[in-house]
Write a protein that binds this ligand. Structure first.
Ligand SMILES: Nc1ncnc2c1ncn2[C@@H]1O[C@H](COP(=O)(O)OP(=O)(O)OP(=O)(O)O)[C@@H](O)[C@H]1O
Ligand SMILES: [Mg+2]
Length: 316
């Protein structure tokens, strides 16, 4: 696992009497593409604004690249690039002129080669004298990305970057981000309320709902959670597992604590033998309080964790 890039401790933001986000413990490591997923109003932008320093937390702590404290954070933020609010582009200028202006603002010396590289990366190197006001939405988005990339950041933060892009634009955007991670070893935080936009990209997810981080999970863990399995509830879990290993040759099995009815066993093999397992266990006096087959797709998993509304719902 890579070095920690972001760590928040009990981070919160209160507006008046109301929390926009509360008690956030987020951890993002080097090389991850961290997909922050949550419905409209869940708190994604609020978290991102605090990380980028646009607003100040009312509670808790932020650590960036291992640094905390306001001064150190300011310095650490120079290693970040971000697109948070509607990016500031000058409509009457060309792509190159926009980047030149930004490079001056950032105090980048010898900017010509950096700008050339950024334009190429964003696929805008052939836009010539075309003004930004005549750009398509996708081109503007890519220019914003080029702008965020100018200072050669190690950590890129994108708040709903594909909002309004067409399917082709979404695919292009995804490939571009993937290549940044693969070639430059970058770390990316990307938020969306649309799961399908993140699901082909993210290596890790933070699920945020109603201002709280409900779960943080890697893609590998997630796949395992969603895999088809037999779930079996018994007060004699260890005995049951050793019986199943002996009599059903099961190896891929997990035990988890669960409530008063005993422990839950998850069995990932021999799924069609569910009835036989149940009967065999009863026969040897191992009580089975519940047995079921479970497994779900990503969408269902997220919906179950959040308020139960589809993640694509709500007004933008
Ligand atoms: N400046 C503010 N003043 C008061 N309330 C705010 C402010 N900014 C955000 N909020 C509230 O905080 C909550 C979280 O908002 P936030 O913008 O972080 O959500 P989001 O997940 O980014 O939503 P979306 O998907 O619509 O962009 C909302 O209830 C919002 O109304
Ligand atoms: Mg938002």
């Amino acid at each position: 696992m890579g070095q920690p890039v972001v760590k928040t401790r009990s981070l919160g933001k209160k507006y008046g009497e109301r929390y926009a986000v509360v008690d956030l413990n987020v951890e993002i490591r080097q090389g991850q593409i961290y997909g922050l997923i949550g419905q409209n109003g869940a708190g994604k932008t609020t978290l991102i604004r605090m990380l980028t320093g646009l607003i100040t937390p009312t509670e808790g702590q932020i650590e960036l690249f291992g640094e905390c404290g306001e001064q150190a954070l300011q310095k650490a933020r120079r290693r970040m690039g971000s697109i948070v609010e509607t990016p500031a582009l000058y409509p009457s200028m060309t792509a190159r002129a926009n980047l030149e202006t930004q490079a001056r603002l950032l105090g980048i010396a010898d900017s010509a080669s950096v700008i050339g590289e950024a334009l190429e990366l964003a696929g805008l190197d052939n836009t010539g004298s075309k003004k930004v006001r005549d750009f398509s939405l996708g081109m503007r988005q890519r220019l914003a990305l080029a702008q965020a990339m100018l200072a050669n950041p190690e950590f890129l933060v994108l708040d709903e970057p594909v909002n309004g892009l067409d399917p082709k634009g979404i695919i292009e955007n995804r490939e571009l981000l993937k290549s940044l991670v693969a070639e430059k070893g970058m770390t990316i935080l990307i938020s969306s309320h649309i799961l399908s936009e993140l699901s082909l990209l993210a290596t890790d997810y933070g699920i945020i709902d109603n201002g709280r981080l409900i779960k943080q999970i890697s893609v590998d863990e997630l796949q395992r959670e969603c895999r088809q399995s037999i779930r079996l509830l018994t007060p004699e879990a260890e005995k049951a597992v050793s019986f199943l290993k002996d009599h059903f040759h099961i190896k891929d099995v997990e035990i988890a604590a669960r409530g008063a009815l005993g422990k839950e066993i998850k069995i990932f093999e021999q799924l069609d033998h569910i009835t036989r397992m149940n009967m065999a266990l009863c026969k040897v006096d191992i009580p089975v309080n519940a047995i079921s087959m479970e497994g779900q797709d990503l969408e269902a998993y997220f919906i179950k964790l959040t308020s139960g509304q589809p993640l694509t719902g709500g007004a933008a």
